[in-house]
Design a protein around this ligand. Structure first.
Ligand code: XIL
Length: 342
């Protein structure tokens, strides 16, 4: 669905669709996040985009108006895109990629290896060579299909235990005899598309100092081993408590010293306190931009499609009816006022 000419009414913005229908969404009364970000060469994105949501014209209108990047929710994870041997569910991701193309948005590929969602035909493999070859074929199939359309990928997500204290004991860990699967996954991805930027995605490193140190050790080891790793995707799902001030800058400095980009991939704030949520969105955005992060994504943007572990929490920037919340305005303010260092 291609959107064009927009008209601002008192409290709504109405957009004429290519189908000659019109869609109206609540006005924010401000410029868009996207406009503010683009002036400063920043990617501002929404992850957790299930392509089926694009059929909702309001969803599509707000997404393309406010953001210049997107990533899928689960639909690129292995069991979703390739549930059975030899069959790939391309139409769903094609829809997302086409939407991004129509609206001049960047697609961030999320889910090559995640901590869930491996199909049975992969889990059932017992021979190491066959397992590795299956990974090669999977990465090649996806990365070749979207070559030129998806130029950055989360290759491995959540390698470490959620609360820290070692690696998750996944099939990959088991089959490779330990953590070396992480570096191998990056090598396989790099061979599949040598032009792609490759990211390691992890949760809770901003919150748990011991896990952060473990993650630093993991990343330093990968760099030392010349693994083709280009950046870090901090998930940044926040529950009730903001990261200690200075933590984001510390991480960016650490990864910059290793020659890596730091991005935020899944920012959202889980709390029942709307004021606190507004403050945390603003504080994280402020420290991230000041630290030099230029690629920030949220894990969705409307509470209509939220994902939370805190019962009753509404972690996103727009409510269920696409009204902007305090979190939108604190994010917008920080983006609008941000002045890049020369
Ligand atoms: C989540 C999805 O949003 C849910 O729909 C699914 O049930 C579980 O996974 N970190 C990630 C994402 O990297 O892939 C996760 O997505 C959220 C946490």
């Amino acid at each position: 669905m291609k959107l064009s000419t927009s008209v601002t009414l008192a409290s709504a913005v109405c957009v004429a669709l290519a189908t000659s229908d019109t869609v109206c969404v609540p006005s924010t009364g401000t410029s868009s996040l996207r406009d503010e970000a683009e002036r400063k060469d920043i990617l501002i994105g929404s992850g957790a985009i299930n392509p089926a949501y694009l059929e909702d014209a309001q969803f599509a209108a707000v997404l393309s108006e406010q953001f210049n990047s997107l990533s899928p929710e689960n639909e690129l994870k292995w069991s979703f895109i390739n549930p059975t041997k030899g069959f790939c569910n391309w139409t769903i991701i094609d829809r997302l990629v086409d939407f991004a193309d129509e609206h001049d948005m960047v697609v961030k590929g999320h889910g090559l290896i995640s901590s869930c969602c491996d199909p049975d035909f992969v889990l059932d493999i017992t021979d190491f060579d066959m397992f590795r070859q299956t990974m090669v074929e999977h990465f090649e199939a996806i990365m070749h299909r979207y070559h030129g359309k998806v130029d950055r990928w989360d290759v491995v997500s959540e390698a470490l235990l959620d609360m820290g204290g070692g690696f998750k004991n996944t099939t990959y860990y088991h089959m490779f005899g330990g953590s070396r699967y992480v570096g191998e996954a990056f090598r396989i991805a790099h061979s599949a598309d040598p032009t792609a930027r490759l990211f390691l995605n992890e949760n809770l490193v901003e919150t748990i100092p011991e896990k952060r140190q473990e993650f630093y050790d993991l990343v330093s080891g990968l760099v030392r081993d010349n693994v083709p790793l280009h950046g870090i995707a901090l998930q940044m799902h926040i529950t009730e408590i903001a990261p200690v001030p200075g933590t984001i800058k510390e991480m960016v400095d650490f990864f910059t010293n290793l020659g890596l980009e730091t991005t935020i991939a899944e920012l959202d704030v889980h709390t029942l306190n709307a004021t606190l949520q507004t403050e945390i969105y603003g504080a994280v955005m402020e420290e991230a931009l000041a630290a030099g992060i230029t690629d920030i994504s949220f894990w969705g943007f409307t509470d209509k499609h939220l994902y939370t572990w805190l019962p009753g929490a509404k972690p996103l920037m727009f409510d269920e009816e696409y009204n902007p919340k305090g979190a939108f305005y604190s994010t917008h303010k920080v983006l609008a006022e941000f002045v890049q260092q020369a």
